[in-house]
Design a binder for this molecule. Structure first.
Ligand code: SF4
Ligand code: SF4
Length: 178
């Protein structure tokens, strides 16, 4: 039987304090659209996703960036100090697009969110079902952030990611689950 739980952010700030993710040696930061980079200092921004034959060529196009710090500089005084202007990825969270083994986009709920983790741990024996209204499953920000993933999948042979570990571009296809 599935238990229904109701998501409500408890403003713990954990999701704003663990923004760098490392998998198989590749490090990623908080993804940002180009028009969101001005929310951060220049030194806090790195390129993230680009399209082209070769990142060294002039026609290489960067279409998304990433914030390169683990802790968000805007988490202060017990909250987000740019709440009304925060990036789309922050608005959509805890919904995140992930890519499955068939290279399809799956709408995923991040259960490492403290509020969800606590709610789920009340039902260790059961699958939980999150009330869709409480998590705003169809909020406008989720489809927006999937645009980055869609663009990568639709152009897979010329898509690149800028690895914050090596500080260099790597073919995006090498990051996919095989
Ligand atoms: S981890 Fe979850 S509960 Fe904590 S601030 Fe982020 S969204 Fe809210
Ligand atoms: S911009 Fe605000 S919501 Fe987004 S990570 Fe920073 S503090 Fe958190």
């Amino acid at each position: 039987m599935s238990e229904r739980i109701y998501y409500k952010c408890i403003n713990c700030g954990e999701c704003c304090n663990r923004l760098l993710i490392e998998r198989q040696g590749v490090k990623k930061g908080l993804p940002l659209f180009p028009n969101e980079t001005n929310l951060f200092k220049k030194s806090e921004i790195s390129p993230a996703y680009g399209l082209g034959d070769d990142p060294r060529k002039n026609d290489f196009k960067i279409f998304a960036y990433q914030m390169n710090k683990m802790i968000c500089p805007h988490r202060k005084f017990g909250g987000c100090v740019i709440w009304s202007y925060r990036p789309a990825i922050c608005r959509a969270y805890p919904l995140i697009p992930t890519i499955n083994q068939n290279n399809e986009i799956i709408k995923t709920i991040d259960f490492t969110c403290t509020a969800l983790y606590k709610l789920k741990s009340n039902f260790p024996q059961n699958n939980v079902h999150i009330d869709s209204f409480s998590i705003q499953e169809e909020n406008e920000n989720y489809p927006q952030i999937t645009q980055i993933t869609l663009k990568l999948l639709n152009n897979i042979n010329e898509a690149w990611f800028f690895d914050l570990n090596k500080k260099k571009w790597i073919p995006f296809i090498t990051m996919l689950v095989s």
